[in-house]
Design a protein around this ligand. Structure first.
Ligand code: PLZ
Length: 423
């Protein structure tokens, strides 16, 4: 097997430079909370492929279901000749997502594609053009989703012009908004919409219930419920982007469950299928079914292999109670991070929920972001064999997303490395 160094050389001559990687180690195999690289080195995985392998890499049920499916058929295109697993995934999503009302789902390939389709559906159903998004939001890298995403570098820089009718309003960011309550922060956002856009022009309000790439920003309690209430009164479709937060990651099936917020539409991807590419929009039947026959689709959306993997992943989440596992992992992780924060004044805040936790690093005694410190701690983790990620508008947030099947031993070893890396 070629070494990582050899592969890195080949990559330089073959792979476009615009596609980056966090580490230079090339993967041989992975499972549980461990990734083994081609040089035989083991890494503790606190990334889960960016919150994807919640059930673990090559989870046994997923492997069996995928094997069985690839032998039966690999693709017919659901728009050409349909099959049961697509229907079964939609049934599962309709039952699992918040809200007891009649729902429908449609399946796609990537998170960005799901978000694009949620906007299409909301515009079609309401006949209105505008989409409201938030500071620090991340929704993808396609043209429309770049417009919805807040951060210029690296996502948007020199990739414009962007799609129109996208309006950005202030987020609830307790560390950085002077301690506004959820209700106050929501009133600020709503006033911006009403003054600058006009509620009757708004098709959708799109929000990550806990922001992912933007820095694991957890809005103040009451923020999401207040926005939900306003959207209902204004006839605006409330879309929760649960692409990073979904499928047990935050200790509930979905992050909206925490405050009992019921979105009209939910976008789903990442954790849905144990690592196979699948995404979905799930929501109110009357909105979803407003679109004419043939108005939604795509060649690969709801590919049968990905659907088999999704059904097996969802079964695994039930069977292993991965929501409870996320709460347990989160408690262990948070204890340790708070202990580090008590002695390291660069940590302004430990935040997140369940197994979606982060620390925000600043220059001590200020709120001035310290991205260099985040990069340095990250590099120390990588050097010691712990795979961690950074995020945040200011690049100063270290985030932790272990697979929800990580063993106690792997978690403990990862935390030891992390603890030492702050030193
Ligand atoms: N919405 C909330 O987190 C993907 C992006 C990685 P895709 N986040 C990881 C990168 O740098 O490209 C994401 C998300 C939320 C939408 C998306 C987009 O999902 O499957 O990457 O298109």
């Amino acid at each position: 097997m070629p070494s990582s160094e050899e592969l890195h050389k080949r990559r330089g001559a073959a792979v476009a430079r615009g596609v980056g990687s966090v580490v230079g180690a090339y993967v041989d195999r992975a499972g549980g909370g461990t990734i083994t690289d081609v040089d035989g080195r083991e890494w503790i995985d606190f990334a889960a492929g960016i919150a994807v392998t919640n059930v673990g890499n090559s989870a046994p049920r997923v492997v069996a279901a995928v094997r069985e499916q690839v032998e039966r058929f690999t693709h017919t295109c659901f728009m050409v000749a349909p099959y049961e697993s697509y229907v079964a995934v939609c049934e599962q999503l309709n039952a699992l997502t918040p809200g007891g009302f009649e729902k429908r789902s449609a399946l796609f390939n990537s998170g960005a594609e799901a978000v694009e389709n949620a906007v299409k559906i909301a515009r079609h159903a309401t006949g209105r053009p505008a989409v409201v998004v938030f500071d620090h939001a991340y929704h993808g890298r396609t043209n429309l989703t770049m417009a919805l995403t807040a951060k210029n570098m690296p996502y948007k820089h020199r990739f414009g012009p962007f799609a129109g009718e996208v309006y950005r309003v202030p987020m609830s960011y307790p560390l950085r908004d002077g301690g506004l309550s959820g209700a106050e922060a929501a009133a600020r956002a709503i006033e911006t919409v009403e003054k600058q856009v006009g509620a009757e022009n708004v098709a959708a309000l799109l929000i990550e219930p806990i922001q992912g790439e933007g820095g694991f920003v957890v809005p103040a309690q009451g923020f999401l419920p207040a926005l939900r209430e306003w959207a209902t009164a204004a006839g605006v479709v409330f879309v929760a982007d649960e692409i990073q937060t979904g499928f047990c990651r935050t200790g509930d099936w979905f992050a909206c469950d925490h405050e009992g917020v019921v979105p009209d539409l939910v976008t789903l991807a990442k954790g849905i299928a144990g690592g196979l590419p699948l995404a979905a929009v799930t929501g109110r039947a009357e909105l979803m079914d407003a679109v004419h026959v043939g108005g939604l689709g795509g060649t690969y959306g709801g590919n049968p292999v990905a659907c088999a993997a999704a059904l097996a992943s969802i079964e695994t989440m039930h069977e292993l109670d991965l929501a409870a596992a996320a709460r347990r992992i989160g408690a262990t992780l948070a204890d340790r991070l708070r202990a580090v924060a008590a002695r390291d004044t660069r940590i302004a805040e430990v935040r997140g929920r369940g197994a979606m936790l982060a620390v925000e690093l600043v220059q001590p005694g200020t709120l001035v972001p310290d991205p260099a410190a985040a990069a340095a701690v990250s590099a120390a983790c990588h050097a010691a064999g712990l795979l961690t990620l950074t995020c945040g508008t200011y690049g100063n947030v270290l985030r932790f997303l272990p697979p929800l099947v990580i063993s106690d031993d792997e978690l403990a070893r990862g935390l030891d490395i992390l603890d030492a890396a702050f030193g």
